[in-house]
Write a protein that binds this ligand. Structure first.
Ligand code: KIV
Length: 276
């Protein structure tokens, strides 16, 4: 009988254990080839619902569906042998009740084979997070700026500059951590608040636009590669500039096709030479 040995990948518990040891490294991933490239360097990959904007050209993440998340979750899982993989729950798939959240989270985990899910929300989602984590679903929290709430909050801006906002983020972080999240994304807040959240909670903080005071960092991969240039928030660093390279490559291809210099003889199949 042949036994299939599951490759050794980092678990959500292993991500939690990195807190205080070294910064946690994470990026978003949506496809198999990119997941393969990121896998050796990242502790976890997030199949983020940012794919709505990055891959599908949607205006916000609100239009993203369960089917999109599952298809891209499956694609990323085919590309990893090291990193833990977390799939975002799309807007509307978990806010109605903890039972709805469990049903959809379980579906994502069964159909993709991923290691856990992410959902947005602080105090108001704590009961749901507790419900999932006590039933075998590792949860990555997401507090601070929550993109799925854009229609209610009216835009994307960093939070925590007023006492009221800072207090809300503190309460959210505490609630999410106590509910059993293995880590929490902290998006768009100021450094002193991020430091308090990191020092005061068991769950590691994974910052995006939330300063180096977090226990780890995450960026949208197309942003840091300089592919997705519709807008560049202050917190994004381009570690490469792929957009102009892609444009140049396609321009060269178009002119070679028009000049009939591509395909050349080395790209062309010929009849086999007959042996005489
Ligand atoms: O959807 C996403 O990509 C995210 C990250 C930006 C954290 O939530």
């Amino acid at each position: 009988m042949s036994v299939t040995v599951r490759e050794k990948r980092l678990t959500p518990a292993a991500i939690t254990a990195l807190k205080g040891e070294r910064p946690i490294v994470s990026l978003t991933a949506y496809t198999t080839p990119i997941a393969k490239l990121l896998d050796p360097h990242c502790d976890f990959l997030l199949v983020g619902d940012s794919l709505g904007m990055v891959l599908y050209g949607l205006p916000t993440t609100v239009g993203v569906t369960m089917e999109m998340m599952i298809a891209h979750g499956q694609a990323v899982m085919r590309g990893v042998s090291h990193a833990c993989v977390i799939v975002d729950m799309p807007f509307g798939s978990y806010q109605e009740s903890k039972e709805q959240a469990f049903r959809n989270a379980a579906r994502i985990m069964k159909e993709t084979g991923c290691d856990g899910i992410k959902l947005e929300g602080g105090e108001e989602m704590a009961e749901t997070i507790r419900f999932l984590t006590t039933r075998g679903i590792p949860v990555l929290g997401h507090i601070g700026l929550m993109p799925q709430l854009v229609n209610a909050t009216g835009g994307y801006r960093s939070l925590g500059r007023t006492d009221e906002e800072a207090d809300k983020i503190r309460r959210d972080a505490r609630a999410v951590s106590l509910a059993g999240a293995f880590a929490m994304v902290v998006e768009g807040t100021i450094e002193p608040v991020a430091r308090e959240l990191s020092d005061g909670n068991a769950a590691p903080t994974i910052g995006i636009g939330a300063s180096p005071a977090c226990d780890g960092q995450i960026l949208v991969v197309d942003d840091m590669l300089g592919v997705f240039n519709d807008f560049k928030p202050r917190f994004v660093k381009h570690f490469a500039e792929l957009a102009p390279q892609i444009s140049k490559a396609v321009e060269d291809y178009a002119s070679e096709v028009k000049a009939r210099s591509f395909p050349g003889p080395e790209h062309t199949f010929q009849m086999k030479k007959q042996k005489i």
